[in-house]
Design a protein around this ligand. Structure first.
Ligand code: PLP
Length: 392
């Protein structure tokens, strides 16, 4: 396999000036991340700070109704309420061990910004978060959280003033400040080595799930399922199971409102090949290559591209990628609240919804593990608005 590629996808499609920091990072991954010293300290932080291992919960009430077993890997129980902190603690520790005093990051809805600011505070790093000016207004709550954690939040006024432009701005600042600064990328996408680096830090999810499930049942699950935005919680869950050929792997993309021609966030199902943020992948774009606006009720799924490894797993038929619309995700959200006492993130609700919508294709008594990527407290505003408009 070509360096930094997953089949035909991935690579390093970046301006010349971005190559030195990427090469430095590649070397750091080899020398530092794979060292015993790093691994021991990372494991300690995941245990003592993040609160790992997170639970593997059997949903007894929903399982009874479905006729097969639904299990949840509870990333909602991780510190800050989602899986993102696994990655930011890993990258903060790497920054520290590379001898750099500062991290910067982009954020869309603000979740990755908060997770980065959290890890920076823990490891005494300076922290700057680039955020589209429109997102800053929409997510003032998260901006406050980042500031309380000691980070500086910088509104990006260019382009559409959203995530895509925040990433471009952060890249430019990284180029100019390579000596002192690490760019803490938020998902398993972007230029090599970010997809590998983020997978490395998130794969603790699947490793734990496999061991916990084995301890409880002595078996391998029938299927693992996760929602796909950029693809980090999903690849974190899938990586450990890719070699286990008996285990079915399902990624779930957001279909938006679900009407024909509506904006969505499903590039694997509805996109075409192209280059964005340093990688060759599938994208929502016009025939001329203009990136199209994406939409999902779940802010964390709202991205027009996807991590290259998912496109590859789809290509070779090792994983299947389905879609779920806003309404179906809301139904799953309510079901989990009422029947299991768990208030899931809207992103994670997409993964649960896929299982509910496809229940007829799943054998009786099968074991399905869904990665519950985060908790839903952050989504109360969106939920209230939706439920007011659509009833219930
Ligand atoms: C950010 C986020 C996602 C989507 O990001 P991935 O990189 O695809 O995992 C999913 N769930 C939650 C709770 C998130 O915060």
């Amino acid at each position: 396999m070509k360096k930094g590629y997953f089949g035909d996808f991935g690579g390093q499609f970046v301006p010349e000036l971005l190559m030195p920091p990427l090469l430095e990072l590649e070397e750091a991954v080899e020398k530092i991340v794979h060292s015993d010293e790093f691994q021991q300290e990372f494991t300690r932080l995941l245990t003592d700070f993040v609160g790992r291992p997170t639970a593997l919960t059997h949903c007894a009430n929903i399982s009874r109704e479905l006729g097969f077993n639904l299990w949840l890997k509870r990333e909602d129980l991780a510190h800050t309420g989602a899986h993102k902190v696994n990655n930011t603690v890993g990258q903060a520790l790497l920054t520290k061990m590379m001898g750099k005093p500062r991290m910067l990051a982009e954020t869309g809805a603000g979740q990755h910004g908060v997770a980065t600011a959290t890890a920076a505070a823990l490891l005494d790093l300076e922290c700057e978060i680039y955020m589209g000016a429109i997102d800053v207004k929409r997510q003032s709550h998260n901006v406050r959280r980042m500031e309380l954690l000691g980070a500086r939040c910088i509104p990006v006024e260019s382009g559409t003033q959203t995530l895509k432009d925040a990433i471009n701005a952060a890249m430019r600042v990284w180029i100019a400040n390579q000596q002192t600064t690490h760019y803490c990328f938020g998902t398993a996408a972007g230029a090599h080595p970010f997809p590998l680096l983020v997978r490395e830090f998130q794969s603790v999810i699947g490793r734990e799930a496999k061991a916990q499930f084995k301890e409880k049942t002595g078996e391998m699950p029938y299927m693992v399922v996760a929602c796909v935005g950029g693809g980090s919680n999903a690849i974190g869950m899938f990586h450990e199971f890719v070699e286990e050929e008996s285990v079915k792997i399902v990624g779930v993309e957001a279909a938006g409102t679900g009407e024909p021609g509506c904006t969505n966030s499903a590039p694997i199902n509805l996109g075409t090949p192209g280059v964005l943020h340093g990688m060759n992948t599938l994208l929502l774009q016009t025939e001329e290559g203009q990136i199209m606006p994406s939409h999902s009720i779940a802010p964390g799924l709202d991205y027009p591209g996807v991590g290259p490894e998912h496109v590859h797993l789809h290509d070779i038929g090792r994983a299947q990628y389905g879609t779920v619309n806003d309404h179906q995700a809301l139904n799953a959200f309510q079901m989990l609240c009422r029947k299991e006492g768990i208030l899931p993130a809207l992103e994670s609700s997409h993964a649960v919804a896929w299982v509910l919508e496809n229940r007829k294709s799943i054998p009786k008594d099968a074991n399905v593990i869904v990665n519950l990527s985060g908790r839903g407290d952050k989504d109360m505003g969106i939920l209230e608005e939706y439920l007011n408009k659509h009833g219930k």
